[in-house]
Design a protein around this ligand. Structure first.
Ligand SMILES: NC(=O)c1ccc[n+]([C@@H]2O[C@H](COP(=O)([O-])OP(=O)(O)OC[C@H]3O[C@@H](n4cnc5c(N)ncnc54)[C@H](OP(=O)(O)O)[C@@H]3O)[C@@H](O)[C@H]2O)c1
Length: 343
C-alpha cells in the first residue's frame, strides 16, 4: 500500500510550475532552436530547457548539427556536467522527443533515465510513422506530458512555424520555399543602373538572415548576369562551415562557367537546373529543409504564380528614406495542425 509520504513525493514530483515560468522557459527553448535554424539539416532545429522544481533554469540547449546530440540529451548532459541533474524536474522541448534510434540514441531514454517528471512539448513529431510515439512512451512511463497548444497556443504556433520546413520535407519530400522580394517606391524590383540594391541596412540584414536559415538558394540567369551576386551571408554571422546549394535557372546557358567556379570557392554547390522542380528534388536529395528564392522579376513571378512557394517576404522601400522599408510576410497555406496524442 502507498504510504502518505510516498503519495506526497509523487504529487510533488508531478507538480506543475506556474504558467508564466513555463511560458518564459518555452520561449527560451524556442530562441535556442531559432539560433540554429539553417544549421541542422536534414534534422529540424530543436530547443530544450530544463527547470528544477522551483522553476530555476538548469540548462538550455539546442540541436546544433546532424549527428550531434539532440536538444533534450544535450540539455540533460549539461545538467549532469554542472552537477544539477538530480534537481531536474520539468523539461520543455520545442519538438516531441524521439523514441527511435537514429544517428543518436532515443531522447525518451535520456529523459526516462533522468529525474524529470514533467515534460512540455511544442509540436508533435510530424512524421506520421512516429506520431505520438515519444509522448506516449513518456506518459506510459508515468511522466506528466503536456502540449504547449493546451497552455499557450501562440507559443505552440511558434514551435509549429519553426518546424514547418522539416514537416514539409517529411510529408512532401521537398524543402520549404521562401521567396524574398524587394520592391522600390514604384513597385519595381530593378535597382538603379550601377546599383545592386535599394533597401535599407535593416532590410539587408533581414535578407542575410533569410540566407542564413537556407540550405539552398535559387536564382535566375538574369540576376546573375546583372549583379554577379555572391549570395554569401555577410550582414549576420553565418553557421560555421555551412555549405549551401546554389541553383541557377539558365536554359540558354548564359551564365559563365567562371561564375560557377567562383561560387564553389565561396562555399556553394552551384548547379544549373532546368526547372524549379529539379532544384527542389536536388535540394531534397542533399537533405535541405529550406530553399530561398533570390531572383529577378521573371523567376519570382514564375514561382509565385505557379504556387511553388510557402513563404513570401516582401520588402517595400517606402518614400522617405532608407530607414523606412516595410516588411510583409505571408504564408501560402496555414501549417497543418497534427492531432495531439491525448492525455
Ligand atoms: N528586388 C529584388 O528582390 C531582386 C532580386 C534579385 C534580382 N533583382 C534584379 O532583377 C534583375 C534581373 O531580372 P530577371 O527577371 O532577368 O532575372 P531572373 O528572374 O533572376 O532570371 C531570369 C532568367 O531566368 C531564366 N529562367 C529559367 N527558367 C525560367 C522560368 N521558368 N521562368 C522565368 N525565367 C526562367 C531565363 O533565362 P533562360 O530563358 O535562358 O532560361 C530568364 O531570362 C536584375 O536587375 C536584378 O538586380 C532584384
Amino acid at each position: 500500500m502507498e504510504t502518505g509520504k510516498a503519495r506526497m513525493t509523487v504529487a510533488t514530483q508531478h507538480r506543475e510550475l506556474p504558467a508564466e515560468i513555463i511560458s518564459a522557459a518555452f520561449a527560451r527553448a524556442l530562441a535556442a532552436a531559432e539560433a540554429y535554424r539553417g544549421a541542422t539539416s536534414p534534422n529540424p532545429p530543436v530547443g530544450c530547457v530544463v527547470l528544477d522544481g522551483q522553476g530555476w533554469e538548469l540548462a538550455v540547449a539546442a540541436h546544433q548539427r546532424a549527428g550531434e546530440a539532440h536538444a533534450e540529451a544535450k540539455a540533460l548532459s549539461i545538467c549532469a556536467a554542472t552537477g544539477t541533474l538530480d534537481r531536474a524536474h520539468t523539461l520543455l522541448v520545442t519538438l516531441e522527443p524521439c523514441n527511435h534510434t537514429g544517428r543518436t540514441p532515443p531522447c525518451c531514454d535520456a529523459i526516462l533515465a533522468s529525474p524529470v517528471r514533467v515534460v512540455w512539448i511544442g509540436s508533435p513529431d510530424p512524421n506520421p510513422a512516429v506520431r505520438g510515439g515519444g509522448a506516449r512512451r513518456l506518459r506510459e512511463a508515468g511522466l506528466s506530458v503536456r502540449w504547449m497548444a493546451e497552455r499557450e497556443p501562440g507559443l505552440a504556433a511558434a514551435a509549429a512555424g519553426l518546424l514547418a520546413p522539416f514537416a514539409k520535407r517529411v510529408r512532401h519530400g521537398v524543402p520549404w520555399v521562401t521567396v524574398k522580394q524587394a520592391l522600390d517606391e514604384a513597385g519595381s524590383m530593378i535597382p538603379l543602373a550601377g546599383q545592386k540594391t535599394f533597401t535599407s541596412p535593416s532590410s539587408l540584414r533581414l535578407a542575410h538572415q533569410l540566407r542564413k536559415r537556407a540550405d539552398a538558394i535559387l536564382t535566375g540567369s538574369g540576376t546573375v548576369l546583372a549583379d554577379m551576386p555572391e549570395f554569401t551571408v555577410r550582414h549576420v554571422e553565418d553557421h560555421t562551415g555551412k555549405v549551401r546549394d546554389l541553383f541557377i535557372l539558365d536554359r540558354r546557358r548564359r551564365v559563365p562557367p567562371a561564375y560557377l567556379s567562383l561560387a564553389q570557392r565561396r562555399g556553394f554547390r552551384p548547379q544549373v537546373v532546368a526547372s524549379v522542380d529539379d532544384a527542389l528534388t536536388a535540394a531534397a536529395a542533399n537533405g535541405a529543409l529550406e530553399m530561398l528564392v533570390e531572383a529577378g522579376p521573371a523567376v519570382t513571378a514564375h514561382v509565385l504564380s505557379n504556387g511553388l512557394w510557402d513563404e513570401h517576404i516582401i520588402i517595400r522601400k517606402n518614400a522617405g528614406g532608407p530607414a523606412t522599408d516595410s516588411v510583409e510576410r505571408r504564408l501560402r497555406a496555414k501549417p497543418p495542425q497534427p492531432a495531439l496524442e491525448s492525455a
